[in-house]
Design a protein around this ligand. Structure first.
Ligand SMILES: Cc1cc2nc3c(=O)[nH]c(=O)nc-3n(C[C@H](O)[C@H](O)[C@H](O)COP(=O)(O)OP(=O)(O)OC[C@H]3O[C@@H](n4cnc5c(N)ncnc54)[C@H](O)[C@@H]3O)c2cc1C
Ligand code: FES
Ligand code: FES
Length: 1374
């Protein structure tokens, strides 16, 4: 037996990362795999997006070897939750291990980059690994061999593989396409724009261009050397590790009994450790006991009485086993129950969590910590049992008994879980049939999972159906509900009793619903309690109503114009659920089209080339700020923030639970050096203090930066810091807009920034036939949710200088802020930014305090200091989009033509001005998209004791567009008119556009909204679909559809920006620009522009020049006046700047080129450059491009048609189809613009439908992680998403006729909100018809975001009751 040196010494973890052997000793058992990989290896591709299992940025492939079966198990896992000690003897593969720039990229990397599936790239490594895991496992199946070049995966599996991973940039469609390109059943025709093939290429030619996926070439995930480890006993030095790996239950018992700590609460049983994602425990336990090496706890045992799972069986394994065993069982009895249980389990978390999360861990979390478990609910309904071990005693309990017991003590262990087999019993009575019915339900913001449910339920019933009488009797039932704000899942006994023995009828249903409502009552403090009760009602109704023998059938099947499938049928025991049948989803996305028109005029500008660096982003080689290796002696910071809105800070104490000597310093305003200022961010409108001084002004305001030896210790110290506050004799903080108005707490908006009114309001109002007066709407905030949290690294340099690496959209401003804070001259500071892992405005002003705090700490401690904010702190401090309240009055004619609009808007700017004074201008600019006749407004930006609000993608404009649509919808409702007609009649002509946008309307032919409007109607088949929606709504009782077409107008402004182009002596070109690469493809467009502009020198080889160009990081001393990367125009301005530089260089080179050409006939680029060097021609040119004042502002246009389907029982809105036409002029790069359009739209979808950035009553953000803040995922985006980029021709005043694409398309997402409103309108009409009220009462405001509770609230929390009352009434009449 070979034994390594380290093993002989005992206590070594042995594992492999990307085939490299690692032997690690003396590990703190609370170390996560992510922490280890990022801080102690060169593999930085695992990214920290959330640290709680909710984003997938950290996914790795974890391979374990089973020496008995000689088999390797490969699973994806979140490295942020996997403990390092638990990977002993495992092999870890990260995306670097699949391929790289040196050895060649993996086809996954190549396809991600060429399908344009990576923008900022921060999510890309995790996406690649989630997909790779699915790929590897599909190969192990015995499915038929796929065609060469494809994998055994199906399209649906490819989509599901990445459904738990978050991406904030792309909108997911291109990522899904990249993955689907591997699927055996893919139709290449269905895949979107990519740089492999063009339109019209044959299938063979497409196939030949895809980078080959050769399954045989796949690297073995488990290195040979690691297999040898299994021959030696596992030796973990428990004295040093406190990590125990018992291999029998007996050992486990002994360990628990002889617990040397004497304090059981210091012992932690570990299975998958995913529970840490929810509880985020920072505490280091005295003793960790890994349960996963005990074979008895990992068994799956099936016999005729049921299936028994050992407690450590993972959810993924349980799903597999349930499905496998269900195949040999009755499909209508126990098999069906197993299958449906597995289907439900597949909606828990995401694949990479289910692969390590154990059944036992889940149930213990439910039992001990009241976790809203799905497993507890489903298993409760099928009468499961568990075995619990306490000391030497083992006890079998029903799951219900287990849940109802007092919390399991830390010395007790859950050993196994048993799901009994349910048998189908046949009645002897000839005319009766007994059946077993089972369904499970969950209502959650994301249908495929990765979102906790508002409520879940599982219902099992034994029923007898009499064929003679068409009656169905419930003999027995097991009804479980959970996750609705209750301590644990419950059996609804009273409801069960009410049903048992009853012949199902409408009146029984009506009766039982009241019992459900009385039973399913959320605990005090739960959000949306009435909604949750209504879900319980809805689900039970969904379960039972198809079984009700409907006497109402005789009342006819047309209900006030609504056909009722429920009332139209025989008693049905085959569980045909009509419209309740959600159906087996066969794919998440359907084929979508992208129409782009290529423009060859300025080649290679206009080519849809892939984003530069996309491949290294996929392979994990791209270096983000936190990937820069820590310099020696580096320290780590974490912010301590105020939890009070207005309070004196009297002191800060770090408790003793934080490891002693780990904290170096607590940096606060008192550490500002002489001559420096307490400034954390600066804009032209003012500044915000870096730290609260004696007084904290908002919850979330930084008070101090605690500096420690590791990021973990810094976070631990900041998290547990005790701040001593005092609020005596302080005035009340301003926490509402009303209070701000009352106290006249406003930011000054300079007159030149304040928008101009249009027309004469009183005249417009006088012309109106109708008026709506003082209607109110309000809008909340939105969090940026860049995948890379705020981060910076400050390194003190010689002579009182400071170099700061910052993930910033405006290094120049960070630079100035740092210099002011430290009280040093600007030339002593250097801020470097290479790339930003997503910004969306949040890495502009809000990144400055992070860079400045690190610089201040580094300055004081004379050591490098870095920080990477954790997601919670980031969310609490970030600020986000501006909330606002709007009051409007509108006058309009009877034909829908609006004659006057008056708006009073109050905007919450938070504590500091930031860039908030631009809000009035931005809001009004977007509102002006319609011809309001006259437009008048009063907009106040309020100063409050909330976090400072900053620009977020389309700041003000997205709210403005919403306000405009809310007014239009209101007018349409008031007139009972079709909304589309009201929009139509109020669209601008070019002359009214010129009135509203005085200086930016451009030439008539540039105004493309009317053309887009008509074109979109045709391309989206609007008229026909409106009819289809009507038809659907007439037939469908519990689902309603809405369709809506919306235009947008978006004004942008170019800003001055520098550029520098240098040609090196080998002909390669290095470019510097003021703009920052934040994922928007700025570098790629700049490279294209440089290639285009230099090619005008016209020598041989310039067509190849694109490959020789590199854009390098922004460095504020190398290129000054970089300004802000914001406002959608930085790419084109940077392009223009480098174009000017190139023109200068071409001018310098041209005479030489002519003379060389005369001498040599033809001149290559390299020879030309070589000769230029010989002749001392200056081959570096720089410029500061300042746009012409007359042309710096212009308008962008687009329109979208969205169709949605609303589930009236749950309030869920599914987006069936979206069609967009967006005018991007002559696109500089259509692939990149397409990515911007789709990504922005999906971010807008999040704002309008999903994302609630909630605070508590003191203004402290409480939606502070992936558990509570839900950005869109693959399963919530439009199923069909068609985008056309309109090449609107020549725009003389634009940069090579191009237009912006970064922000405007976000506004188009309002069409989804409008479509949802249309669907809800139908639901309300139906509801009113049931209660006999006037149908015209359809005026309502749909809140933003239109989450499930909001939508359900408007569709009727009591809609089931209303329906039944109505149906019963009809029945009685007959
Ligand atoms: C992002 C995310 C989303 C999720 N979404 C859902 C969801 O939608 N629905 C849902 O139901 N669940 C959900 N979960 C919860 C998930 O199912 C649990 O985290 C997981 O099953 C716990 O198993 P584990 O092996 O990781 O447990 P661990 O984290 O190892 O343990 C959890 C707790 O149980 C204790 N423990 C573990 N095993 C035993 C045992 N045998 N006896 C006694 N104590 C034990 C541990 O000491 C610890 O306190 C989600 C989890 C994550 C991370
Ligand atoms: S960082 Fe691990 S899942 Fe988000
Ligand atoms: S590319 Fe996915 S988060 Fe930026």
């Amino acid at each position: 037996m070979e034994e390594t040196e380290a093993e002989a010494a005992g206590g070594v973890l042995v594992f492999a990362v990307n085939g490299e052997r690692f032997e690690v000793s003396g590990v703190d058992p609370s170390t996560t795999l992510l922490e280890f990989l990022r801080t102690r290896t060169r593999f930085k591709s695992v990214k920290l997006g959330c640290g709680e299992g909710g984003c997938g940025a950290c996914v790795v492939l974890l391979s374990r070897y089973d020496p008995v079966l000689d088999r390797v198990e490969d699973i994806t896992a979140s490295s942020c939750l996997t403990l390092l000690c638990s990977v002993n003897r495992s092999s870890i593969t990260t995306t670097e291990g699949l391929g790289n720039s040196k050895d060649g990229f993996h086809p996954i990397h190549q396809r991600f980059s060429s399908f344009h599936a990576s923008q900022c790239g921060f999510c890309t490594p995790g996406m690649c690994m989630s997909f790779y895991g699915a790929l590897v496992n599909a190969e192990k199946t015995d499915r038929p061999e796929p065609s060469p070049g494809f994998s055994k995966l199906s399209v649906f599996e490819s989509e599901k593989a990445i459904a738990g991973n978050l991406c904030r940039c792309t909108g997911y469609r291109p990522i899904a396409d990249a993955c689907k390109s591997f699927a055996a059943d893919v139709d290449l025709e269905d895949l979107g724009l990519n740089s492999f093939w063009g339109k019209g290429d044959s299938e063979e030619s497409k196939m030949s261009r895809l980078p080959p996926y050769c399954r045989k070439d796949e690297k073995c995930t488990f290195p040979k050397f690691l297999k040898k480890e299994f021959k030696s006993p596992m030796l973990l030095d428990t004295k040093r590790y406190d990590w125990y790996t018992p291999t029998t239950v007996k050992d486990l018992q002994c360990l628990l009994e002889t617990d040397g700590t004497g304090n059981a609460s210091l012992v932690k049983l570990v299975a998958g450790n995913t529970g840490m994602g929810y509880y985020k425990e920072a505490k280091r336990w005295e003793k960790y006991i890994d349960l996963r090496n005990i074979p008895e706890l990992a068994i799956v045992k099936m016999d005729e009485t049921g299936i028994e799972f050992g407690t450590t069986v993972t959810i993924s394994k349980a799903i597999e086993a349930l499905r496998e065993h269900s195949k040999c069982m009755s499909s209508t009895g126990g098999g069906m129950i197993f299958r449906k249980t597995a289907d439900h389990m597949e909606k828990i978390a995401s694949g990479f969590i289910r692969n390590t999360a154990s059944l036992g861990g889940n149930l213990v979390m439910a039992q001990r910590f009241h976790f809203p478990s799905d497993i507890a609910t489903v298993l409760l309904a099928v009468d499961s049992q568990v075995t619990v071990m306490s000391g030497s005693k083992q006890e079998r309990l029903t799951l219900e008994e287990f849940l109802e017991r007092s919390p399991l003590d830390s010395k007790s262990v859950l050993l196994s879980i048993k799901i009994p087999t349910w048998h189908l019993r046949r009645s002897t009575a000839s005319k009766a049939t007994e059946r077993l019915l089972f369904e499970t339900y969950r209502a959650a913001p994301r249908p495929l999972g990765n979102a906790l449910p508002y409520l879940n339920a599982a219902f099992l019933a034994e029923v007898t159906a009499s064929e003679a009488s068409h009656e169905i009797v419930i003999n027995n039932c097991w009804l479980a509900f959970g996750a609705y704000g209750t301590q644990h899942a419950i059996r609804a006994r009273k409801v069960e009793e009410t049903l048992t023995g009853k012949v199902l009828s409408l009146s029984v249903l009506r009766e039982v619903i009241e019992v459900v409502k009385a039973t399913i009552v959320a605990d005090y403090g739960t959000r949306d309690p009435a909604y949750r009760s209504s879900l319980a009602v809805g689900f039970l109704f969904k379960f039972l109503s198809p079984l009700v023998e409907s006497r109402a059938k005789t009342v006819g099947n047309s209900l006030n114009g609504y056909k009722s499938p429920i009332l139209d049928g025989e008693p049905n025991l085959t569980q045909h659920r009509g419209e309740f049948q959600d159906g087996q989803i066969s794919s998440l996305l359907s084929s979508s089209t992208q129409v782009v028109e290529l423009n060859k005029e300025y080649y290679p500008v206009g080519e849809p080339i892939k984003k530069s660096e996309a491949a290294i982003q996929a392979s994990g080689e791209a270096v983000y700020v936190d990937d820069i290796p820590s310099p020696a002696t580096c320290l780590y910071g974490a912010f301590i923030y105020s939890t009070k809105p207005l309070a004196r800070v009297k002191g800060i104490r770090i408790p003793s639970s934080v490891p002693s000597n780990s904290v170096s310093s607590i940096i606060s305003f008192q550490d500002i050096p002489d001559g420096g200022q307490n400034v954390g961010s600066k804009t032209i409108f003012g500044f915000e203090p870096l730290f609260a001084d004696e007084l904290a002004h908002y919850a979330g305001q930084p008070i101090a930066l605690v500096v420690a030896d590791t990021q973990k210790h810094a976070d631990m110290a900041a998290d547990s810091a005790v701040v001593d506050y005092d609020v005596d004799n302080l005035e009340m903080p301003i926490l509402s807009l009303e209070e701000a108005v009352e106290r006249s707490s406003f930011f000054e908006v300079a007159p030149f920034l304040y928008p101009s009114e249009v027309g004469d309001l009183s005249k417009g109002m006088a012309e109106a036939d109708n008026k709506i007066l003082s209607a109110k709407i309000e809008l909340g905030s939105q969090y940026y949710f860049y995948m890379e949290n705020q981060t910076a690294l400050a390194v003190p340099d010689e002579d009182n200088c400071m170099v700061v690496y910052s993930s910033s959209q405006c290094p120049e401003y960070a630079h100035n802020t740092i210099a002011s804070c430290l009280g040093i001259l600007g030339h002593n500071v250097r801020v470097i930014t290479r790339r930003v892992g997503g910004g969306f405005g949040g890495k502009a002003v809000r990144a400055m305090p992070v860079a400045t705090a690190c610089a201040l700490a580094a300055h004081k401690l004379r050591r490098p200091v870095r920080t990477y904010l954790n997601r919670k702190t980031d969310m609490i401090m970030a600020g986000g989009r501006h909330p606002m309240k709007i009051t409007y009055s509108v006058g309009f004619k009877s034909n829908g033509k609006i004659t006057a609009l008056r708006l009073d808007v109050v905007v919450d700017g938070g504590l500091s001005a930031d860039v908030s004074p631009v809000m009035p201008m931005n809001i009004v600019s977007a509102i002006k998209k319609y011809n309001w006749g006259a437009l008048s407004f009063d907009i106040k930006v309020c100063k409050t004791n909330h976090t400072t609000k900053s620009a977020m993608r389309a700041p003000g404009e997205v709210q403005g567009t919403f306000i405009a649509e809310a007014v239009i919808e209101h007018v349409a409702s008031a007139l009972s008119m079709n909304v589309d007609s009201v929009r139509n009649i109020n669209l601008h002509s070019h002359s009214s556009l010129s009135l509203f946008y005085k200086h930016t309307a451009g030439e008539p032919q540039e105004y493309t909204v009317p053309a887009i409007w008509t074109k979109l109607a045709l391309s989206s088949n609007l008229d026909q679909r409106i009819e289809m929606v009507k038809e659907f709504n007439g037939c469908s009782l519990w689902k309603k559809r809405g369709i809506s077409r919306v235009p947008i107008v978006y004004e942008v402004s170019l800003r001055a920006t520098p550029g520098k182009v240098s040609i090196l002596n080998d002909g390669s070109v290095v470019v510097e620009v003021g703009g920052i690469e934040i994922g928007q493809g700025l570098w790629t467009k700049v490279k294209q522009m440089v290639a285009f502009a230099l090619s005008s020198v016209q020598c041989d080889g310039t067509t190849e020049i694109l490959k020789k160009i590199r854009v390098i990081q922004a460095d504020t001393l190398s290129l000054i006046q970089g300004g802000f990367t914001a406002g959608s125009t930085t790419s084109e301005a940077s392009c223009q700047a480098v174009r000017v530089c190139c023109d200068i260089l071409v001018q310098r080179l041209s005479p030489l080129k002519s003379s060389l050409q005369e001498q040599m006939g033809s001149v290559t680029w390299e020879v030309l450059v070589d000769q230029a060097y010989n002749q001392s021609i200056n081959l570096s040119a720089s410029t500061y491009y300042a746009p012409d004042l007359d042309n710096m502002n212009y308008l962008n246009y687009g329109a979208a048609v969205s169709e949605v389907e609303v589930d009236l029982l749950t309030g869920e809105t599914r987006i069936l189809r979206v069609d967009i036409i967006y005018d991007s002029g002559k696109s500089l790069n259509p692939a990149i613009d397409l990515g911007q359009i789709e990504g922005a739209f999906i971010q807008g979808l999040g704002f309008f439908m999903l994302e609630e950035y909630l605070t508590n009553s003191e203004g402290l953000v409480v939606a502070d992680g992936t558990w509570t803040y839900k950005i869109p995922t693959l399963d919530t985006i439009p199923k069909e998403f068609n985008v056309e980029i309109l090449n609107s021709g020549h725009h003389q005043k634009r940069v090579l006729s191009s237009k912006a694409s970064g922000e405007p398309p976000l506004l188009l997402a309002v069409s989804i909100h409008c479509a949802a409103r249309a669907a809800i309108k139908e639901a309300r009409k139906q509801l009113l018809s049931w209660s006999g009220h006037d149908e015209s009462d359809s005026i309502f405001q749909l809140g933003v975001p239109a989450t499930m509770p909001v939508v359900k609230g408007l569709c009727g929390l009591n809609s089931v009751e209303s329906y039944l009352d109505w149906a019963l009434g009809k029945e009685q009449k007959v």
